[in-house]
Design a protein around this ligand. Sequence first.
Ligand code: FES
Length: 389
Amino acid sequence: MSSVGSTTAAKLARERQPHGQPLWLLAELTYKCPLQCPYCSNPLDFADTGAELSTEQWIDVFRQARRLGAAQLGFSGGEPLVRRDLERLIAEARQLGYYTNLITSGIGLDAARIAAFREAGLDHIQVSFQAADEEVNNLLAGSKKAFAQKLAMAREVKAQGYPMVLNFVTHRHNIDRIDRIIELCVELEADYVELATCQYYGWAYENREQLLPTRAQLERAEHITNEYRARLAEQGNPIRLIFVTPDYYEERPKKCMNGWGEIFLTVTPDGTALPCHSARMLPIAFPNVKQQSLEQIWNESSGFNHFRGDDWMQEPCRSCDEKAHDHGGCRCQAYLLTGDMNAADPVCAKSPHHDTILAARQAAEAPAHETDVTYRNERNSRVFARSID
Ligand code: FES
């Protein structure tokens, strides 16, 4: 299909279907990262993208997004700590009235920097872990020092008065140790813990065979999490455990990003504006903040209008009585699994492509094998970029 609609068509679509404000701005400050997680959601060809936005350009993005109604600002990457201007960006965001959240691996953090972030007005820090045991964590991170540094920084974040918010990405190699993961979180006196099973985009899709757990693994992990929830509540421990299952074990898709171009706006390191963090791989020419105002981008661009409303839907979505609820599911997942971004998300049991999900589940039942994962690093990314050219 034609990948880019005309501006006129986009305007018409907008008039037909009013949309929301970009309440949530995700600023992917950089694709640079000291770790190499094989489930990273960054694009496979991240090494081939243009120059990063300057400090002033980012501040201008924050200002424009705030005028459009953005209230939450997430600093992400790559590893956002790589940016030496992060303190300044946080301070400017605070001045503009954002609620700010730093999403980090903790690598590159120290007590002085946490204090500087606090001084600048940062509201929230989320530290991600790869596993609860040092060896697996470091293997998955591709770094020998990652685990010790993360533990120290998680403790320091709490010591400096922030709530401790931890994120563990789970998959077939660590999900059987969910009890150990929860014990570690309790030991660390965490306040919120996201036990999020990988979603299969970007590098995780590339490594899906090595990462997708079996249904039995998933059910056992959820059961253990529920037992801990009950026990910890009885003990008066306020920790909140949030268990996120992968789409691949659902029968109905999610309303991805709460609807395309409804509340989420992602800006990538080179200024490309996206309705979700994975959309860059779709055959759509997305606008760039260096060339257009955010207002034009959000309201007028064909990229943001592409999946607003339901005119784009095919069967079975078009006549489905659940379409207002799930909006046909995730566009990126549909594209990855079918090659057609307009197709129903194959997670849906009504999709003619649901067999791709069943096949992935079936493949996960095979015993874990020793196939190497593909690490997310510059070298591998350049190989992917060359293969796309
Ligand atoms: Fe892009 Fe779902 S991740 S639409």
